[in-house]
Write a protein that binds this ligand. Sequence first.
Ligand code: ZN
Ligand code: ZN
Ligand code: ZN
Length: 212
Amino acid sequence: MLARALLTLLLLFWLQTGFAQKWVPPVSLVANSQLQSIAKLSYHDSLKTYVIEFNPELAMQAGPFVSAFHQAHEYGHLQRGHVNKKKLNQQGNGMLQLNKDMEIGADIYATEYLYLQDKSILLSMLDYLHTSAHEDLLHYPRKARAHRLDQHLHSLSSYSTQNVACRHRLHNEDESACTHVSDTGKPLHGSDYTPCLHVTHPAGDNVKVRNQ
Ligand SMILES: [Zn+2]
Ligand SMILES: [Zn+2]
Ligand SMILES: [Zn+2]
């Protein structure tokens, strides 16, 4: 009985610590105490790779979840091709400030990415944007950011993605050789007389469906 209770406690502890573990971006994190923002995408010359720099003190003040969102946002700039190493090297320790569309794009990337990983990061970021008086981005005010994040979260939770059999038909872009042959024995593609029955996406289509 006692052993069982102990085991339950251990399990609960394990679950809680597991839950509290924050998401880590798939690029190296480099501490930089001179950095003027929580996180910033950089190009590391000697490592010859993109890294995310973080200011340990600012990251600690913001907390692990808000800090993780900032890292995902920076990673979003890289994934969306907003910057190159030359542009990044000119930034110094200042904050990476791109135009408004890019900042919105990086937030969208971070939100969709983290939604699948850990929703509590998104809720913490939303709370941070609502409560902090600190303006992070010059061209993208905190209130507008919070509003967009809120709307985006709402639409993500109203819809989910389902894989369904593809109903798109191939015409000139078959991945495999067409088995339709014309009356002269040549493959029909490009000049099909009958509609092609090959599917465009053999792995199925990912479609959005409204949650019940
Ligand atoms: Zn940004
Ligand atoms: Zn399809
Ligand atoms: Zn065909």
